[in-house]
Design a protein around this ligand. Structure first.
Ligand SMILES: [Mg+2]
Length: 338
């Protein structure tokens, strides 16, 4: 078994500004297990950074855990020690990629999923001044679902962004506050935003504010768009404490630790009657393609994370105006560029 990690800084075609800050590049660590590849998507606002991923992959227990029959993915994953979620996700993806390559089939086929059932993906418009924001809205006019990033620091400004978006765009709109509001602020602004016909409102309150989620849900009128938890939901253990307060969850591989945990989360959320969204970080197509194999199981897809990246070393899933064409090559279906 060969194992190695390869950190790469991904450059972005434009600054990506959300409530957590502005990025002009993002670090990814590609992890190779034999012919399988996975990626650890690093975000500036979560604790795990590149050195943490490299240290985890270099642990002797990790290499020892990966020895064995490549088809026994569950056994191999069970043996991995606990560690940073993006690092575990990279290994989980590489093991699934190698599994699919060994069997000669793409992952969605091995899981019996119909690629025609993947929902349309949203395209994200990050925050900018009026002129730049209008320009981005114009460029995205042909896409079927747009996600507007909020959390500018001013509720008036946040509402103005949604107003500008709605004036420019008749299609499906959703918003993501990226944990920027207090429960009080959220209770004040959400009924105002609901007038602009929104599909859902994502992460209105702070990551660890469970009480805020429940307070908010109790204070909002009945007919509001569903609230989707992103930063507050990392893996399946986070779902039950928010049951009753949230309408759905946003699953990301870099938060939950990989495809196996993502499938558990989908099953639990469905049991609880929740909507399921599949998201990603601003990251390589390797991670976005991996998530896309699960898209036939979810209600909302937000899989545009590679579109701003200008130096991705891989190709994979094709994003065609919001329509997701799942890769048909074996495993994750990604290919290293020439
Ligand atoms: Mg989000």
């Amino acid at each position: 078994m060969s194992l190695h990690a390869e950190p790469i800084s991904l450059a972005l075609s434009m600054p990506f500004r959300i409530a957590h800050g502005t990025s002009t590049s993002r670090d990814n660590v590609f992890v190779h297990v034999d012919e399988g590849v996975g990626v650890a998507a690093i975000t500036p606002y979560y604790p795990a950074q590149v050195p943490d991923v490299l240290a985890y992959v270099a642990r002797p227990e990790v290499a020892a855990a990966l020895e064995g029959d490549p088809l026994l993915v569950e056994d191999l994953l069970d043996r991995l020690p606990s560690g940073p979620a993006p690092a575990r996700a990279a290994l989980d993806l590489a093991l699934h990629d190698r599994w699919g390559k060994t069997l000669g089939q793409p992952l969605y086929r091995l899981w019996g999923l119909n690629p025609e059932r993947a929902p349309l993906s949203s395209y994200t418009i990050s925050m900018a001044d009026d002129a730049e924001f209008r320009q981005r809205m114009q460029e995205a006019a042909g896409y079927p679902v747009l996600k507007i990033k909020l959390g500018s620091g001013s509720l008036e400004r946040d509402e103005a962004l949604v107003r500008m978006a709605r004036e420019a765009y008749p299609g499906s709109l959703c918003v993501d506050a990226n944990a920027a509001w207090t429960a009080n602020e959220a209770a004040a602004i959400i009924p105002r935003l609901a007038r602009y016909d929104l599909q859902f409102i994502e992460q209105p309150v702070a990551q660890h504010d469970r009480e805020g989620w429940h307070t908010l849900a109790a204070r909002l009128p009945e007919d509001m768009p569903p609230l989707i938890a992103d930063e507050s939901i990392h893996d399946s253990r986070d779902i039950l404490p928010l049951a009753g307060a949230i309408g759905g969850i946003n699953i990301k591989l870099a938060k939950c630790g990989g495809l196996r945990e993502a499938r558990r989360m989908i099953a639990l959320a469905r049991t609880l009657g929740m909507k399921v969204m599949l998201g990603c970080m601003v990251e390589s197509i390797v991670g976005v393609s991996a998530a896309a194999h699960l898209a036939p199981l979810v209600d909302f897809a937000d899989l545009d994370g590679n579109l701003l990246v200008v130096n991705d070393p891989y190709t994979g899933m094709i994003w065609d105006q919001g329509r997701l064409h799942l890769p048909s090559a074996p495993g994750l279906g990604v290919q290293r560029r020439g």
